[in-house]
Ligand binder design. Structure first.
Ligand code: IMP
Ligand code: MG
Length: 223
């Protein structure tokens, strides 16, 4: 998967939860490793905002619509959006799109497609420059589907900003081809092929409010 910028590479093994950050005991017992602590996320967001601002300045665009992919991107979008607006160069509208990507949480290595259900497609994006804000690009089904919808809706441009992009250990030829066709314009971190939670992302609805990106006990996301 191509990224237009240089995402920070996150090593396979972050620090064990207890050493990397203070966590409430009830959460600490579930967390295996803290892959990306909150302060590292905050610093990365500052850099991403500079990249985004310079990109649109180069394009001569001063007005755009941030399209937040719910639910996972809510926290990232809130922090990123606040910084972007404070830089003062862009007038930014906000829209939301809610998607459910069906399938088990854990990928099947031979998986070739997934059903992506989209609720409440925003219908007023014709002629807008859209910045899609996503939490994770994994196999790429979700982002590809949303991109297609935005093109059909007549968006003037669609740029993708994802906090995380996963490096996959194994994937089917179809998934490989799909990922090869995607360009992530603004990627925060490249993470290993592990299930992560926190900073908006979840395991069966849990851990979204955790300030760090972490890995948790396998039993919490399998099944
Ligand atoms: P894709 O369609 O395979 O790219 O999957 C992307 C969506 O699945 C993301 O938008 C996430 O909501 C979800 N997802 C993928 N990997 C993870 C993970 O490790 N933790 C939490 N959610 C994930
Ligand atoms: Mg998502």
């Amino acid at each position: 998967m191509e990224t237009s910028n240089n995402p920070v590479e996150v090593p396979t093994t972050g620090l064990p939860g207890a050493d990397a950050a203070w966590l409430p005991p009830r959460i600490a017992e579930c967390v295996e490793r803290v892959l990306i602590p909150a302060d590292v996320i905050a610093e990365r967001i500052r850099v991403l905002c500079e990249e985004i601002t310079s990109h649109y300045a180069r394009e001569g665009t001063d007005k755009l619509t941030a399209l937040v992919v719910l639910k996972g991107a809510f926290m990232f979008a809130a922090d990123l959006g606040r910084h972007l607006v404070s830089q003062g160069n862009l007038e930014i509208g906000t829209e939301f799109i809610s998607v459910t990507t069906y399938g088990s949480d854990i990928k099947d290595l031979e998986e070739t497609e997934r059903d992506v259900q989209v609720d409440d497609t925003p219908r007023n994006l014709c002629g807008h420059h859209v910045l899609l804000i996503e939490d994770i690009v994994d196999q790429g089904f979700t982002i590809a589907r949303i991109q297609r919808i935005l093109e059909d809706e007549g968006a003037l441009s669609v740029r993708i900003c994802s906090l995380l992009v996963k490096d996959l250990d194994h994937s089917s030829a179809e998934v490989q081809a799909l990922r090869d066709s995607l360009v992530i314009d603004f990627a925060g971190f490249r993470i290993p092929d592990q299930w992560v939670v926190g900073y908006g992302t979840d395991a069966h609805g849990r851990f979204r409010l955790l300030p760090h990106v972490c890995t948790v006990d396998e039993n919490l996301y399998r099944g």
